[in-house]
Design a protein around this ligand. Structure first.
Ligand SMILES: *[C@@H]1O[C@H](CO)[C@@H](O)[C@H](O)[C@H]1NC(C)=O
Ligand SMILES: *[C@@H]1O[C@H](CO)[C@@H](O)[C@H](O)[C@H]1NC(C)=O
Length: 364
């Protein structure tokens, strides 16, 4: 007799839940069949992509001289093919990062949860959170993300790369000795501990060192780099890591983890796994950097991206003639083919310019 009320209560709760689920389900399927489905793909991108400009953009940019930086171009084009896009997402963490609520509820690599104390200490030490006065005050910035692909070799793009306002390089990609093909300017080098340059004389003389943290331990590693302390153990890293970064704290930054979050779950559509790191749900650093640029640059170009599996003997990286394309292995963390679908949309729609045509290959 006593059990009955709670039983009724449970029953009520159950049917409520079932009803809720039913509504949710019908809403999902309906929003699919109410015309959205035919226009937009499952990630929310326009299905029909071409490089044409929306009318309002033709008007807006019509009077600019050829080659001039087009203010707001990348974000406007992105919004035209992906209406859910909202530009606001700062490049680096700054002391107000907790107000950027999107990243508060996720553990690394998708957010800052559990690392707040350490991040506060790091930000208090670096004291700088932007690109520097000159770049921060520009009304229109062009950015290029230089990937590490062997496809850069022999294309002599160096001079054109250096003309960008912001040149982003990744991990240990060298400049010295490769200037003709990859340029000599480095505004920032985005890296994780295992990917950062380990040979001190390979660093360019000036650039921002930007940590893209893929695990909690990476923040701890950065604290050793910022405070110039000796890293005693490399336990927890998946290979050897840099022990020293030849930069003042004021030239170090933390990349906003939101770009990993957005790239993984919204733009590429990798498995959500309760918002935690899991099989095949971590975007590669290159795609994270491109996502950052979409939010923070007026025009975005890339070079040195894409793997061409039809040429297994071609060098994988521009700086190493011995590692071949065929060395790419099925990876536990990344999903290269799904990621490529996303990058292809950006190139096809003209959101980003691919200077080495490695993303499309013969496919555009
Ligand atoms: C472009 O130039 C024309 C003629 O000078 C002018 O009428 C028009 O307002 C300009 N458009 C923009 C977006 O500035
Ligand atoms: C990549 O995504 C595709 C399509 O969702 C899936 O079939 C494949 O198993 C994924 N690969 C990895 C390594 O997770």
């Amino acid at each position: 007799m006593r059990i009955k009320p709670s039983c009724n209560f449970l029953l009520g709760l159950c049917s409520l839940l079932a009803l809720g689920l039913l509504y949710y389900w019908s809403w999902r399927t309906n929003s699919g069949s109410w015309g959205h489905n035919s226009l937009y793909d499952s990630q929310g991108f326009l299905r029909k992509l071409d490089g044409s400009l929306p009318l309002e953009l033709i008007y807006k940019y019509g009077n600019l001289s050829k080659g001039a930086c087009k203010p707001g171009f990348a974000a406007a084009k992105m919004t035209a093919i992906y209406p859910k896009f909202t530009k606001l997402a700062p490049m680096f963490l700054d002391p107000n990062y907790k107000r950027f609520s999107k990243i508060n509820h996720y553990l690394p690599p998708f957010g800052v949860k559990s690392q707040e104390k350490l991040i506060d200490i790091l930000l208090a030490a670096t004291q700088s959170y932007g690109l520097g006065e000159e770049l921060d005050s520009m009304k229109c910035k062009t950015c290029i993300i230089v990937g590490n692909g062997g496809i850069l070799t022999g294309k002599s793009l160096g001079q054109r790369i250096d003309e960008f306002d912001v040149v982003v390089r990744l991990n240990q990609a060298p400049v010295k000795g490769f200037e003709k093909d990859v340029g000599s300017k480095t505004t920032m080098r985005i890296a994780y501990p295992e990917g950062a340059i380990q040979k001190m004389d390979s660093y360019e003389s000036e650039s921002l060192f930007v940590l893209s943290a893929f695990k909690a331990l990476d923040f701890r590693w950065l604290s050793y780099m910022v405070f110039k302390q000796k890293l005693r153990s490399t336990e927890g890293f998946w290979k050897s890591v840099a022990m020293y970064i030849p930069r003042d704290p004021s030239s170090m930054r933390i990349l906003n983890p939101y770009f990993i979050l957005e790239a993984a779950f919204k733009l590429i559509g990798l498995p959500y796994n309760n918002g935690q790191m899991g099989r095949g749900n971590i975007p590669t650093l290159g795609t994270v950097a491109i996502t950052m640029a979409l939010h923070n640059c007026d025009e975005v170009a890339v070079a040195g991206f894409g793997y061409n599996m039809n040429t297994p003997d071609a060098p994988l990286h521009y700086y190493d003639q011995h590692i071949r394309m065929s060395a790419i292995k099925e990876s536990w963390t990344h999903n290269i083919s799904k990621e490529k679908e996303f990058l292809l949309k950006l190139v096809k729609a003209g959101v980003i310019q691919d200077w080495t045509n490695g993303i499309c290959g013969a496919g555009c």
